[in-house]
Design a protein around this ligand. Sequence first.
Ligand code: LRH
Ligand code: MN
Length: 424
Amino acid sequence: MHIDKHQIAQHNQRLEASHGRRFAQLAEDLPNVEKIVQQLNDFQVAIPSWALGTGGTRFGRFSGGGEPRNLEEKIADIGILHALNRSSGSISLHIPWDIPEDYAAIRTLAAHYGLVFDAMNSNTFQDQSGQPLSYKFGSMQHVDRAVRQQAIDHNIDVIKQGMELGSKSLTVWLADGSSFPGQLNFRKAFQNTLECLREVYEALPDDWKMFVEYKAFEPNFYSTTVGDWGQSLLYASKLGEKAYTLVDLGHHLPNANIEQIVALLLMEGKLGGFHFNDSKYGDDDLTTGSIKPYQLFLIFNELVEGMDSRGMDHTKDLGWMIDASHNLKDPLEDLVQSVEAILVAYAQALLVDREALIEAQASNDVVQAQEVLQHAFRTDVRPLVAEARKRAGAALDPLALFRDLDVRGKLIKERGTKAVATGL
Ligand code: LRH
Ligand code: MN
C-alpha cells in the first residue's frame, strides 16, 4: 500500500483555498513565521515498531484487522505515516519483537520510504521461548549473577543489531523491582543494576547514547529499581557522558510536575529524550495530547527555553519518540493524531514571547506570566503545522486523506483481519 505524490497533490489542491486563508491570517502577526515553519518541517518523531498493531490489556484485545505481519510490513506502515505527514522519519525497534532477518535489506527498505533507525529498545521484561534463565524476579537487579549476565549479553547484542541498522542509541527500560515489602534489598538491587548498566555502557560505540528510562510502577507494584527521574539521573551520572535519562510521559505518579523535571534534567545536560503519550491514571499509553494538552505545551515550553539556553539543536540533540498502545483506535490514525499533537505543542512553545515572560518573572507579575504562556497555548497553530507539511510534500490533512484513500480497508484486503503484530 503506497500513497503517492499525486494523491497528496489532489488532496492539498482541494484544501488549499481554506488553508491559504488561515495561514495568511496567522502569518500576518508572526514576524518569525518562516523560521517557525522551517523548525516544524525539520522536527522528526520516531515511531515505535511495537505500536502498529492493536494493543490490549489483561482484560482483552480487540483487533482492527490489516495489522503488519512482519517487520517489512511495519516499515511499510511507518512509510504510509511519513508520506502523510513527513514528520515520522524514523523507526524505533524493539528487540526481540522485531529482529531483522537481513539488515542490509531492511535498511534499504526503510530508506525507500525515507526512514532511518532511531533508538533500539532491549527487552529483559519478558522470558523468550528457549531463554535459559527467567526474568521473573528481575534482570539487572537479580540476585543471581548468571541472570544479570544474560541481561547484559542481550543488551550488547541489541547494540550490535543497532549498529547494523545505523541506529545511534539504546533505550534500557527495566521492569525490575518488587511487589511486596521485604522482597528486595534496595541498595543491592541498585548496585547490581548499576554494575550491569556499566558493562553495557562500556560496549557502546563512541558516538552512541544510552537512555535510562524510569517508571514509577507496573509490572511491579511496591518498588521499581529505576523508579523515578532522580534514580535515573543517579544511574546516568554514575555511568558517564554517553548516558542520559529518558522521560516517558506515562511513567510518573499522579500530578507529578513533568515540565519541572524536564527543566532540571536539561539544566544538568542529562535529558536524553522522550516517549510521548498521554494518560489520566497510570501508564495508559493513550494518544499524545488527548488528555493533558496543556501539560504537553508546558513541557515543550521548558524544552524550547532550556534547549535554547544551552544552544542545543532542536532536531537532533534529544530523542523524540512516541510510545503508545492502541486499544480502541486504528493504530495509524492514533499515530497521526499523536504526531500532530507533538508538533502543535512545539509550535505553541515557539510562539511564547520569551522576553515578555522573563520580564514578568523578574517582576513577579504572576498574572502577566500566565497571560504570556496562555496566549501562545490559545493560539490555533494548526495552519503553521499544516503549512510545514505542505512544504515538505505531505498532506494538509493527513487523517482525512488516510480515510479518503481507505488505507485501512486496503490493508485489510492485503493482510486479512487475523494478523497480530508483534508488540504490546
Ligand atoms: C514500559 C515502556 C518501555 C517499552 C515498553 C514497550 O512501560 O514504556 O518504553 O519498552 O513500554
Ligand atoms: Mn516507554
